[in-house]
Write a protein that binds this ligand. Structure first.
Ligand code: 13P
Ligand code: SF4
Length: 310
């Protein structure tokens, strides 16, 4: 599809300002089409950390842009829609975490990247859905791990962890909304099609899945698989890139209702206006940034080392 005039104007503006556009797979199709880098939370974090662009425009939700700002103090990070939050990230407050730490003084705190900088600052190490198992397995000296804020991801890591996982009962409303009956129906309609599920889905759904992984891992699975039809249990935005990479395959959303409202807030107009006016710059007090940086850096250091086993 040729680019629209607005898309072309944004691309020209990005080049003129030495800026890059990072976009998550759940973004609107037209935003994904002009992203310099399209990725999952982990890869976008890694790319933000290593880019030499002066300006990062982050088409995602707030914690993603904030993570880029934590990792890149010398860059200007813009979020075109500052109101694009992640409800899961808001399900734990610093006060609640401090209390939980007091109740479990010996536990390590593993924090899903879908969290605020204030929460990251109080954590030992971060993880994303792509490396949660690896992060948990890397903690050898603790018998307990307080895993926050996603309870489903926590329970999923607990299946193979040697430490006791204490889940925080947060959840992603989009993935929580998918229930086992949706999967049973899709399986009946598409016999033999593998079910791919994001680990934010409920334990019932994950048990019924043939593959559990992050958005990037699901894309890789479909690219490499010999099957022709797949049932995809995550936010439907992923089907844009999956469809592009697999023209001969049939991709069935596990539910048409899996749409993250805030991921869809960001429009091309928001990106153009934000970059033109240099508005909505993500900033953090330096002491807070440094505290949050430590937990992100520990995670990224792990990504460079070989995977560990429990
Ligand atoms: P990924 O880590 O797979 O990119 O997922 C991010 C997210 O927000 C899932 O809901
Ligand atoms: Fe947050 Fe869920 Fe949206 Fe991901 S899909 S950004 S976890 S609300």
């Amino acid at each position: 599809m040729p680019l629209s005039d607005l898309q072309k104007n944004i691309v020209a503006l990005l080049r003129q300002k030495k800026a890059i556009l990072l976009a998550h797979y759940y973004q609107r199709r037209e935003v994904q089409e002009i992203a310099d880098i399209l990725g999952d939370s982990l890869s976008l974090c890694i790319e933000a950390a290593k880019t030499d662009a002066e300006i990062i425009v982050f088409a995602g939700v707030h914690f993603m842009a904030e993570s880029a700002a934590i990792l890149c103090p010398d860059k200007t990070v813009l979020i075109p829609r500052p109101d694009a939050g992640c409800p899961l990230a808001d399900m734990i407050t610093p006060e609640q975490l401090q209390k939980a730490r007091q109740s479990h003084p010996e536990a390590a705190v593993v924090t899903y990247i879908n969290s605020s900088a204030a929460i990251k600052a109080l954590s030992d190490i971060c993880c994303t859905s792509a490396n949660a198992l690896n992060v948990v397995h890397s903690i050898k000296d603790k018998k307990e791990i307080l895993f926050i804020p996603d309870g489903n991801l926590a329970r999923y890591t607990a299946l193979s962890a040697s430490a006791a996982i204490i889940p925080w009962e947060g959840y992603c409303p989009v993935h929580q909304s998918l229930n086992i009956d949706d999967i049973i129906k899709r399986k009946a309609d598409y016999p033999g099609a593998p079910v791919l599920a994001h680990p934010e889905c409920t334990p019932d759904v994950l048990r019924a899945a043939d593959f559990v992984g992050s958005t990037a891992a699901m894309l890789e699975f479909v690219r490499k698989a010999s099957q022709k039809t797949f049932i995809i249990a995550t936010e439907t935005g992923i089907l844009v890139q999956m469809g592009k990479e697999n023209p001969g395959k049939t991709l069935i959303p596990a539910s048409e209702n899996m749409i993250c409202e805030t991921m869809k807030y960001t429009t091309l107009e928001d990106i153009y206006t934000g970059l033109t006016n240099m508005t909505h710059i993500v900033t953090l007090p330096e002491d807070k940034r440094l505290k949050a940086l430590s937990s992100l850096e520990k995670m990224l250091a792990l990504a460079k080392s070989p995977p560990s086993t429990p």
